[in-house]
Each structure stands twice: as structure tokens, then as C-alpha cells.
Design a protein around this ligand. Structure first.
Ligand SMILES: [Zn+2]
Ligand SMILES: [Zn+2]
Length: 284
């Protein structure tokens, strides 16, 4: 059994890379991929830890992208998994670094916009709270803590949302860009938790077909948010649009204590080893 969707303290998980490797080993997993949000930071610690534990570790990442639909102004956030069984190419690492820089600059701008409304939030405060993932939720939390607003919702409604007074546009890459960068650097791209597209029936199928056309390799059929029916549906979609399937628990440690490494919610995730064989065959 394997788990190809795992978060650590390098993004919003609560278990360190080493703790995750040890847990994977102790529950008898054959391989895992650490897929932190928009960063490979866990790998510095995870690579030697996995080697020592004798566990296969597949390089992975979960990228926030946006999918802009015709006629809509704001893009829908879509999480895209990237897998690199041979390690990510230098140009891909460079691209990830550029994305992180863009996110940092956006936060700096947001601090400036808020100051115009006499709201004093510093980058140090935001970073202390959000680390690699620092963004609007952390601004909102600080605004509540410092008494500028009553609730997180109010912070978003008045200031941070698309229609808020201090809104600064987010420069997430498009889904198509994400897919292209992963493909061009020899990786395998997979649509994370398709159930969260929040579409059903033909609308959902249309989106998946579009993504397959963009060159996406795979779809995450096994996920802690998927029922057995979802799993079957996404496997059907995979066959229909010539995609491979991936899967994992989306483990976040104590942040979501009901989701277990390797097995998801009440054992609703069981990812067979052959998933990894296909993934390796697709990667260059
Ligand atoms: Zn996700
Ligand atoms: Zn995730």
C-alpha cells in the first residue's frame, strides 16, 4: 500500500517530515509522496530520513492554480499534484521559487493596502503565523486578534475578498501553466480531490475533459473526501479520458485528526502499489 498525498510542517501539516516517514514505516506503507502546498521544503529532511527507514519516497508537490472559465472574472482555485519519481528538474524548482516570490510580493502589497485603512499588519506577523503558506487567512486572523474586525468573515467581506476594499489580485498560475510546467520537467500531473471542483454530472465531466486536453496525466481517484461512488466515478472518468489515477490520504496530522496516514477516513483510502508503477512509467 502507498500514500501519494501527504502534508508536513513544511506547509499546513502538523507532523514533521521525519515523523511522517516514521509513521509510514510503522504502518507498513511501501511508498509515500510528500505533497506540501507550493513547496519542496520537506525534502531536505525527508530524503535522508526515508533512506534510513528504507521507505520509497516519491518527490511531489500540490500547486494552487486557477481555472478561469469563459464569462467569469475570477478564477476558481484548483489544486494540482505534481509527481517527480526522478526528482524535479532545476527549471521546475526555479518556477516554484518564482511562484513563492509572487506570493510574497502580494502579501507585501496587501500590508500596504491595509495601512491605507489604518490597519497595521506587518509581514513579520503574517509570516510568523503562516510560514510558507502565508496569505489572506492569516491576515484575517491577525485583524481579528488586533481588534480591527470582529470576525474572520468580516475581514474578508470588508477588506480581503475580491470585492473587499483592500483586495490585491492573487497571481496564482493558471491550471494550464501548472500542467505544462510539470509535463515539461518530466513530471506527472494529477487533479487533486476532483470532488472539490464542486460540480456534478456533465458539468464536472466537461471540466475533467478540458483538463485532459490541457495535457494533464492523471486524476486523484482515491482521497479521504471521496466516497466509494466518487472513487468509481473518477476511475470511469480516467478510463474515458485516457488519464491514469493517483491517490492518497491528504494527511495533515493533528489539523485533521480523523484523516489517517495511508488509510484516510475510516479506511476509505486504499491505494494499490500498481498506481505507482504506472506513475513511474509516465514520468520521464
Ligand atoms: Zn488540496
Ligand atoms: Zn493536500
Amino acid at each position: 500500500m502507498i500514500d501519494l498525498h501527504v502534508h508536513t510542517t513544511a506547509s499546513d501539516g502538523t507532523a514533521t517530515p521525519t515523523a511522517v516517514i516514521q509513521e509510514a514505516r510503522s504502518i507498513g506503507l511501501d511508498a509515500i509522496s510528500i505533497t506540501d502546498h507550493d513547496t519542496f521544503d520537506a525534502y531536505e529532511e525527508a530524503v535522508p530520513a526515508a533512506r534510513e527507514a528504507g521507505l520509497q519516497l516519491i518527490w511531489g508537490i500540490e500547486i494552487s492554480t486557477k481555472l478561469v472559465q469563459p464569462g467569469k472574472t475570477f478564477g476558481k482555485t484548483v489544486h494540482l499534484l505534481g509527481y517527480f519519481p526522478k526528482g524535479p528538474a532545476p527549471e521546475f524548482l526555479e518556477w516554484i521559487k518564482e511562484q513563492q516570490q509572487a506570493r510574497h510580493e502580494r502579501n507585501v502589497q496587501l500590508c500596504g493596502r491595509l495601512r491605507q485603512f489604518d490597519i497595521d499588519i506587518t509581514m513579520d506577523e503574517v509570516k510568523a503565523l503562516g510560514r510558507n503558506m502565508a496569505g489572506r487567512p492569516h491576515f484575517a486572523k491577525l485583524m481579528v486578534q488586533k481588534g480591527y474586525v470582529e470576525t474572520i468573515q468580516e475581514a474578508f467581506d470588508k477588506y480581503l475578498d475580491e470585492r473587499g476594499q483592500a483586495y490585491v489580485e492573487k497571481h496564482d498560475p493558471t491550471l494550464a501553466e501548472g500542467i505544462r510546467h510539470i509535463r515539461d520537467s518530466g513530471g506527472v500531473s494529477s487533479l487533486a480531490h476532483p470532488v472539490r471542483l464542486n460540480k456534478v454530472g456533465t458539468q464536472e465531466e466537461d471540466l475533467i475533459r478540458q483538463m485532459a486536453k490541457m495535457g494533464m496525466h492523471a486524476i486523484e481517484a482515491y482521497h479521504c473526501d471521496h466516497t466509494e461512488r466518487h472513487q468509481e466515478r473518477y476511475q470511469l472518468m480516467a478510463r474515458r479520458y485516457d488519464l491514469t489515477v493517483t491517490g492518497g490520504s491528504d494527511y495533515h496530522g493533528d489539523l485533521k485528526p480523523e484523516v489517517k496516514l495511508g488509510t484516510g477516513r475510516n479506511n476509505n483510502v486504499v491505494v494499490p502499489n500498481k498506481v505507482l508503477d504506472r506513475l513511474r512509467a509516465l514520468a520521464r
